[in-house]
Design a binder for this molecule. Sequence first.
Ligand code: SF4
Ligand code: FES
Length: 256
Amino acid sequence: MEHYMMNLTLKVWRQKNSADKGQFETYQVKNISSEMSFLEMFDVLNEDLIREGKDPIAFDHDCREGICGMCSMYINGRPHGPWHANTTCQLHMRAYKDGDTIVVEPWRANAFPVIKDLVVDRTSFDRIIQAGGYISVNTGNAVDANAIPVQKDNADKAFAAAACIGCGACVAACKNSSAMLFLSAKVAHLALLPQGGPERKTRALSMVAQMDKEGFGSCTFTEACEAVCPKEISITNISRLNAEYALAGLGSDNKQ
Ligand code: SF4
Ligand code: FES
């Protein structure tokens, strides 16, 4: 499609801090190129706001290439916008046409409190990882790459689960604010590999306990998470997590 320019109306959630009630503000953005990324469009809007002496809109970003998971924006009712298997930073303005109105909100979940505007606190995910999303290895020497054979099918499934970037879109899309897709990706990734063995008996129990403590909701298998995941994490990982959880509960040597 040909490159084109457009003028847009943006309704953006503005919130000073987690205690502030927050409200939508309406902005007109002009001369936006169809080839700009969604975040570049926000850069243009923020430059305008700064020029006018106004507070720019706070939003998270880092890599701007679909890797870091920072760019959490709820766009016209969908996490990361309208494109399938895509992050906000990879969304381009050719997804819209001249005159469109775009509504942008932060992730909404009790476990992701708003810090400012579109920036939410996702350290609850970090604490879930700290509870068990790691392996214990002796890092003293580099081992031969073939020293631990991994079955191809398991390697592929582990690799697919490891693609989770911890963005939180799955939580934002879920009516229960469940973090089960995220957690299942992290548990499955390690459960499928021999290196994940040493902590296997405690990992699922510890991480699920931390998830509950953080205030995420229960999974009722609506599948909304899988539909919006930018990395196409499969809900089959949730079945694997449930199996790991059951196994951990049966283990006589687990300390939970
Ligand atoms: S499972 Fe998908 S949507 Fe959820 S945190 Fe990981 S990458 Fe993001
Ligand atoms: S800014 Fe890193 S994934 Fe979007």
